[in-house]
Write a protein that binds this ligand. Structure first.
Ligand code: BG6
Length: 302
């Protein structure tokens, strides 16, 4: 692991990109520029906060989040990789893979022409992760912080045979009150309802949340919009390389059981995850690569 002074000397950008120790002793990088600001944990290359300049937060981070090496952080943008949800065959392997709980290496930081900041991270497989994923695979995350937040998660297959992955950018969006928001863009999509034994259903109209919700929308590549009337804003989610979208809110009981949501945390968050989940897995030929790309922006609500 590289120490903070070395990281600041190599990648720090005066007043814009600063590496420091965050909660629980986890290293973070803080980005502030003329367009927006963000915090990213080096563990998991996990975006923890992001807001365009002058706007309230767009990404939710639980006030009761626990920060500890090797533990997933409740909120922000966890990277699920190389599988989504429970492992297909081995029940003891961690849900959503291991990428979110291991340290990533910083490989670049630069200011872009429009004033946004780009950070580049690489996951280096260690012995423990290789035991769970015995394939020569390179994973990088390129994060651009500005008036929009962009993440390009790139998987390269350096092995001699094809690999099959599931992945997701498991984003927790900040909402004023989840009971009042609507998600547009999933109308007509089939979905697997995990609250109803995985039954396949079809979405009619926008998605609203009034109870525990855990769904995998299939064949969904279009933009999603989270309309938030109290904040008078819509969050636009653009994506590429993702054919499924997970919508998740644990509601009261489950969030209390989880222990890192805080008492009413569930009311101010909504996960809309750009994913390759369930049967929507991605096979990458030797030498090939897959990009899971998202771009989040806010728009006035119309
Ligand atoms: C969602 C899943 O993506 O993540 C849910 O669909 C799961 O089933 C949720 O509960 C949170 O997962 P975790 O591992 O971060 O607690």
């Amino acid at each position: 692991m590289t120490d903070l002074s070395t990281l600041n000397a190599r990648f720090g950008l005066s007043g814009q990109v600063v590496f420091k120790q965050g909660s629980g002793g986890l290293d973070v990088v803080e980005v502030v520029n003329s367009r927006g600001s963000a915090t990213v944990a080096l563990q998991g290359a996990q975006v923890l906060t992001w807001a365009p300049r002058g706007s309230p937060p767009v990404i939710w981070l639980s006030r009761a989040a626990k920060f500890a090496p090797g533990k997933s952080i409740r909120g922000g943008v966890p990277v699920c990789w190389p599988w989504f949800g429970p492992h297909a065959t081995v029940a003891t392997l961690p849900a959503h893979g291991f990428a979110r709980t291991v340290p990533w290496v910083v490989i670049g930081a630069q200011t872009l022409a429009d004033g946004a900041t780009r950070l580049d991270f690489r996951l280096v497989l260690n012995e423990a992760s290789r035991a769970q994923w015995p394939h020569a695979t390179l994973l990088e995350s390129h994060i651009t912080v500005g008036a929009a937040l962009e993440i390009d998660l790139v998987t390269r297959n350096a092995d001699r045979s094809a690999i099959t992955i599931g992945d997701a950018l498991h984003t927790y969006f900040e909402v004023s009150d989840v009971r009042q928001v609507k998600i547009r863009g999933l109308e007509g999509c089939p979905y697997l309802d995990k609250m109803d034994g995985g039954k396949r259903k079809t979405q009619t109209g926008p998605v609203t949340i009034g109870a525990e919700t855990d769904r995998i929308y299939l064949d969904s590549s279009a933009d999603c919009l989270i309309d938030d009337p109290s904040l008078k804003r819509s969050i636009r989610i653009r994506k590429r390389g993702s054919h499924s979208t997970v919508v998740w809110n644990p509601w009261i009981e489950k969030s209390l059981k989880m222990g890192d949501f805080g008492e009413n945390g569930y009311l101010n968050m909504l996960c809309v995850e750009s994913a390759n989940a369930a049967d929507d897995v991605v096979t990458i030929a030797p030498g090939g690569e897959h990009h899971l790309w998202v771009r989040y922006e806010i728009e006035p609500m119309n």
